[in-house]
Design a protein around this ligand. Structure first.
Ligand SMILES: [Fe+2]
Ligand SMILES: [Fe+2]
Length: 324
């Protein structure tokens, strides 16, 4: 983010269709192609991965790609829908009609993205996503439900959810950029162009959303008294445990269970794969792949200038604190 856009500039760009995400794509998907770079999947970081046959790695990659789409959808509905309405009423937001307009436009865009990713997943696996069902891997675990409900309740004055949101939005952009710039995967050949096309379009709106996030953080969290920010920082650190640590019955395990349902010959390796994924909670290389400065420079710059996030690196291992 070279320069922070003003709300008026954001609205002007949002009105230009060439800078907006097309969400009407109906891509053709080639089932012989991988969907995402392998280093964006969990098993890649485990010793098990290299011992799997190509067709098993390919199917895992495709299922994990669908799970990534669901993760983006989770951000676009569960988190945003809960955080943004109270933010819209925040005293330093509601008095700025241009910012409120940018916010409303962003919420509308996220709803369209959600529908676009749901359509993509249905094209990839109609059996897992029959009409009317958009979630398969990411039905929220209990902690997630509780966290989002709580985040929404307090976001009117404790806007810590925005830090998480900004990190995820910047990460979704980084994924799209990686797919466009390096379409060749490490061991599975070129990515599926149809799958990539949806992510490439997604990036257009998200580039603007990052500016909205930064503005809102500035107006709410950074303008709040220190005691409030200390509380925000503590909640953020607590919330991250559930984000970075794969859990039993979490989405990562569900991907493996589906892989074995698709390819029953892997049945005797199911538990080994699940244990390997669960161990990633303590794996530095994997942890650093989730949050790092290369993926999210703008978000890390926000963290750097927030004194209360001094110890964030203890929970977010990829965060290398620097002087602002
Ligand atoms: Fe989005
Ligand atoms: Fe977004």
């Amino acid at each position: 983010m070279r320069r922070r856009l003003t709300p008026d500039e954001i609205n002007r760009i949002a009105a230009d269709p060439t800078h907006c995400t097309r969400t009407d794509l109906v891509p053709v998907i080639d089932p012989t192609r991988p969907f995402v770079p392998e280093e964006w999947t969990q098993l890649w970081y485990t010793p098990v991965y290299a011992s799997l046959h190509r067709e098993h790695r390919l199917r895992y990659n495709q299922l994990f790609g669908i799970r990534i789409n669901e993760y983006v959808m989770m951000l676009e509905s569960d988190l945003i829908e809960r955080i943004w309405p109270p933010l819209r009423r925040h005293p330093s937001v509601r008095g700025d009609p241009a910012l409120v307009r940018a916010l409303d436009e962003m919420i509308a865009e996220e709803r369209r993205h959600h529908a676009g990713f749901a359509r993509l997943n249905r094209i990839c696996r109609p059996d897992l996503f029959p009409e009317g069902r958009d979630r398969f891997f990411s039905a929220l675990p209990m902690w997630g439900e509780a966290m989002f409900r709580f985040t929404g309740l307090v976001a009117g004055w404790l806007a810590f959810g925005l830090w998480y949101q900004m990190a995820l939005e910047e990460s979704a952009q980084a994924l799209a950029r990686a797919m466009v710039h390096t379409p060749e995967t490490a061991t599975l050949g070129p990515l599926d162009p149809g799958f990539v096309s949806v992510h490439r379009e997604h990036m257009k709106d998200e580039a603007r959303h990052l500016h909205v996030d930064a503005l809102l953080i500035e107006r709410t969290i950074e303008a709040a008294p220190g005691w409030r920010r200390r509380l925000d920082a503590g909640l953020f650190r607590a919330m991250l445990i559930g984000v970075v640590r794969p859990t039993r019955a979490g989405a990562g395990e569900k991907v493996i269970r589906q892989l074995v349902r698709d390819m029953p010959e892997l049945g005797d390796r199911e538990e080994e794969m699940i244990r390997a994924v669960l161990a990633l909670g303590r794996d530095r290389r994997y942890q650093e792949s989730l949050f790092n400065r290369r993926l999210m420079p703008a978000t890390f710059a926000v963290f750097d200038r927030t004194e209360e996030l001094d110890h964030l690196g203890e929970r977010m291992l990829g965060y290398d604190r620097r002087a602002p």
